[in-house]
Ligand binder design. Structure first.
Ligand code: RB5
Length: 151
């Protein structure tokens, strides 16, 4: 699987750890930065990951900041992105099964309920259930279209 990953300074160490983990499991990981723990701005890296997913260059995206909130807000501004902040395997599973989320947001400074590797693996291996959830995701897309800037 081809996965884009990006973080700000607060998420840098977790990004590096997840990158190694995913590569050892045979995934292709596209690192969109950052490159150190030097202070930077989370929108830059989250947007870059979201674009990789929106243009279908990557199947999923992983965005990380201190809380996971900032990067998730950013990713959700990009048309086609459904980013979910996940603290547990259950949230990761449901984000895929019910919301068809394509980006997972993680908080490096937040206490997670499960191991972060398990949360990420649950996310990338779970499928959208469709059925009644399909109609709801279609409604998300309708809202996105309604407010999309006409260029
Ligand atoms: C950086 O200090 C912090 O604000 C950032 O990582 C993130 O948590 C923002 O949502």
């Amino acid at each position: 699987m081809r996965i884009a990953i990006g973080s700000d300074h607060a998420g840098y160490e977790l990004k590096e750890r997840l990158k190694k983990y995913l590569v050892t499991r045979g995934h292709e990981v596209i690192d969109k930065g950052c490159v150190s723990t030097e202070s930077n701005d989370y929108p830059d890296f989250s947007e870059a990951v979201a674009l990789e997913v929106a243009n279908k260059s990557c199947e999923y995206g992983i965005v990380i900041c201190g809380t996971g909130i900032g990067v998730s807000i950013v990713a959700n501004k990009v048309p086609g992105i459904r980013s979910a902040l996940c603290l547990s395997k259950e949230m990761a599973y449901l984000a895929r099964a019910h919301n068809d989320a394509n980006v997972i947001a993680l908080g490096a400074r937040i206490k997670l309920i499960d191991e972060v590797e398990d949360i990420v693996i649950t996310f990338i291996t779970s499928s959208f259930e469709g059925g009644r959830h399909k109609k709801r995701v279609e409604k998300l897309k309708t809202i996105e279209e309604k407010f999309r800037c006409k260029q």
